[in-house]
Every structure is written in C-alpha cells, then in structure tokens.
Design a protein around this ligand. Structure first.
Ligand code: SAM
Length: 437
C-alpha cells in the first residue's frame, strides 16, 4: 500500500478532496492510504498556538518548528522507515511529471508538509525535510492546494489506482509532448466538426493525426519542451514536413460559408473553373474539356437547387454540384463495387479557385458535401475523379473516402472517359447538424 501523510492546519479540506472519485476508490481498495494530520494537535501550549513573530521583525507570522516536529515524529514513529518528507514551498523545485513518476515508483511513503502564514521555521526544514517542491512561480496562501496537487499526480501513477497504465501513458508530459486535442459526440457541435481523420476508423491514420497535433501543440505552446524532443525518426521527419507546409498556409479569410449558388455567382464560378482547367492542363490531366463544365452546366444545376459555392469573407472561393439523385454513370462499375445499394449523394463539377489552393478550403468543401448529405438523410457520398488528379485524390483520402472501382463518364473522343470512383459512409447525422449550409 502507498501511504501519504499530510501535515496541515486544515485537515478536513485536504481529506475531503483526496477521498473523492478515483483516489477515494483506491483507498477503499487498500491500494492507497492518505491521512491528514492537524499540526495544532501537537502543540505543547494551552492556547494551541502554532505560529509566532518572525525574528528580525517584519509582517506576518511563522509556523514554529516544534509543533511541526512533534507532528512529524508522531507520524514517523508509526513506521519502520523514515518516510520521504516534502515541504511544499514557492522556494522549492517546480513540480513536474518526472517528479510524480519518481515519487510514485521510487517511494512508498510520503509526508507532505503544508506551510501557512509567512512559511515555516527553517530549522524544521533542515532537520526533517528531504526536498522542497513548488507548484509554480506564484505564491499561495497555504501549502494545502500544492500538497493535494502533488498527492493527486503521484497517486494516479501508483500501480492499480487507474485501471490501466495506458490511461496515463499517452497523456501530456508523459514523454515530453503535450497531448493532442480530444473530441467526443456529437460529430458536429455549434457548426464545429470533429477532424475527419478521427472518423476514418483507420487506427494508423488516427495515431498519425494525434502525433502531428501533439507536435504542433508542443511547438506552439511549449517551445522549451519541443526543443527536448527527439524527432529523428522517419515518421516524425515526414510529419514535420507536413507541419511546415500547414503552417505556411495563409489563413482563410473568415467566415467560410457554404450556400446555394445564385446567378450573380456565375462570373466568379467561370473564373474558378478556368483556373482549375489551367491547372489540369499544366498537370496533363484529361478530366475537363473546353466545353465541360461551362456556365450553362452550373445554371442548369442552380435551377435544380444542386449548385453550391463556398465563400471566404463573402468572396466565392469554390463551387460544386451536389446530386441527391442517382448518377447514371455510376450504375456500371468495374474493378470493384459500391458498398451498398442505398441512396447516396454524388459530387460533380467541383473546383477551388487558384488563390485558395493549399488553403484548406477544399476540406471545408468536402465537409459541406458530407453535411448536405447528412441533412438529406443520405448515408453515402460518392465522387469520381481522374486517376491523375492528385489534388482530388489527396482530398478524398484525407477525408476517409475509399476507392471502390472504375466508372466511365460521358466524355467525347479523344478525351479519356475513365474515372476512379470513391465512396464514404457517413455516420448518422447528430442533432447538431446545421440546417442551412
Ligand atoms: C504565503 S506562503 C509563504 C510564502 C513565503 N513567505 C515566500 O515568500 O516564499 C504560505 C505557504 O503556502 C505554501 N505555498 C505558497 N506558494 C506555494 C507554491 N508556489 N508551491 C507550493 N507551496 C506554496 C507554502 O507551504 C508556504 O509556506
């Protein structure tokens, strides 16, 4: 059993906090024992006075050495070995997770001494204290909060207190790094979506995303810790390249919104399509032709309520067409098959303006497809693209779309009608899915 004895002027406060929840249950199971001792009970005067004026003058009072010593000796007398004694003090070494590990695994009994007023008589420290620990570079009224913090951090590392060592192994400061951001249901809350990587069900992808977020957080928030990291592995080197690229992106002008396209958007849409076509030409991607897609295609989509734009601070940055009806060319699929014969959404004629390439707008667009589909009660989104369209393929993979086979689209010779077809299964829409994107 791991023992902690806390010497304090406020034993009830300390005892109440440390007997709650996980530490309380560990005490019931005899894995831990935490006792709080009233220093005042060890005075040898009638008034139970524990403090007196500081020698040399000055304000305040100092906890006297003798009541502290009497209390400490009483605790030590109950054990064969002298417990490791810690004085909680702003003059101590700042407490870290490494200290918590050391105290949890190399000791089995601590005495935590809480000071009050101006502090405690130095002679008690010299005679009885093994180390001084500070909670940080600030001054508290008393040592109780610091003692509770140290006791809590140490106790949760004591074997058996938490159900599994994995519970604390990936946490912040375990291995220098800060922890990645955490999310729980629903998938969209107040218009904020859970990062798509966490919904892929692909364990390796999730781990990669988490490591990257941890690196990013540590680098941004704690450069002092980041400097200590060993990032020489191949995987980390790759993540660092990605991080640099992400960080060099200019932030998207806010707000980013998705709305049904209107006729006035046509000039912007035509420009965006021309930029996308130029990019395809430059990359030898035979996907779009001079006469497809053109303004008439989008006007027809708009008339059916199927054309949408994404705007950044009011400027149209991307366009796409969303079908909630079956797409004729998807009926015949080769080299694979669709997952289910269920209603699906399909995405067509999508493009992102040249000024927004690499800005993250494409991901906003993909998230809008998924939200539209969920609003319409569709569980699947299907998309086709040219096998050389690396930008689209990258986006689809990042969003968790899976290759299902090949389809043929309506393309006039000599253009290539072959497309690779992808699909994503959506989770059931939660109550917070936004109604009018
Ligand atoms: C008001 S403080 C005394 C501060 C002391 N006069 C000084 O300037 O260093 C009273 C008690 O609070 C506790 N305490 C205050 N700040 C602390 C910190 N940062 N970490 C740990 N304990 C602290 C200590 O036990 C201390 O004896």
């Amino acid at each position: 059993m791991y023992h902690i004895d806390i010497m304090t002027l406020f034993p009830d406060t300390v005892g109440d906090v440390l007997s709650e929840s996980i530490l309380g249950r560990a005490q019931e199971r005899d894995i831990l024992r935490i006792d709080a001792h009233q220093i005042r009970d060890y005075t040898r005067n009638k008034q139970k006075q524990v403090d007196d004026y500081p020698y040399g003058g000055g304000r305040g009072a100092v906890l006297q050495a003798d009541p502290l010593y009497q209390c400490w000796s009483h605790i030590c007398g109950k054990y064969d070995r002298r417990p490791h004694t810690i004085y909680l003090s702003p003059c101590g070494k700042t407490f870290t997770q490494e200290d918590a590990k050391r105290l949890a695994w190399k000791q089995d009994h601590l005495i935590l001494v809480c000071g009050h007023y101006e502090g405690i008589d130095q002679r008690f420290i010299e005679e009885c204290v093994d180390e001084e620990i500070s909670l940080g570079d600030f001054v508290l009224t008393g040592g109780e909060i610091a003692a509770m913090a140290v006791a809590d951090a140490v106790c949760r590392l004591v074997p058996g207190v938490l159900s599994d060592a994995e519970c604390f192994k990936n946490e912040s400061h375990w291995d220098v790094l800060l922890e990645y951001p955490q999310y729980s249901r629903p998938e969209v809350w107040h218009d904020r979506a859970v990062p798509p990587e966490l919904l892929t069900g692909d364990h390796a992808k999730v781990e990669r995303w988490r490591r990257k977020q941890s690196l990013l957080r540590t680098r941004e928030r704690r450069p002092d810790l980041y400097e200590k990291l060993d990032l020489s592995s191949k995987e980390d080197q790759k993540l660092l390249v990605e991080l640099e690229r992400d960080l060099s992106r200019t932030p998207l002008p806010q707000p980013v919104e998705c709305r049904p396209a209107a006729e006035e958007d046509i000039p912007a849409i035509v420009d965006i399509v021309a930029q996308a076509r130029a990019w395809m030409d430059a990359n030898s991607i035979d996907q779009w032709t001079e006469d497809y897609p053109i303004a008439e295609d989008y006007l027809r989509d708009m008339a059916r309520g199927e054309c949408f734009v994404l705007t950044c601070a009011g400027q149209v940055g991307s366009v796409f067409t969303f079908y909630s009806r079956p797409e004729a060319s998807y009926a015949a699929i080769t080299n694979g098959k669709w997952s289910a014969e269920e209603p699906y959404a399909s995405i067509h004629r999508c493009a992102v303006g040249a000024a927004y390439r690499g800005s993250g707008l494409a991901e906003h667009m993909a998230s809008a497809w998924e939200r539209l589909a969920q609003e319409q009660g569709l569980s699947w989104v299907r998309v086709d693209t040219h096998k050389k369209n690396k930008a689209m393929l990258g986006l689809l993979r990042k969003r968790g779309f899976q290759y299902r086979g090949n389809v043929l689209v309506d393309a006039r010779p000599p253009h290539d009608p072959r497309r690779v077809a992808y699909e994503k299964r959506l989770r059931h829409p939660g109550p917070d899915v936004k109604k009018n994107i």
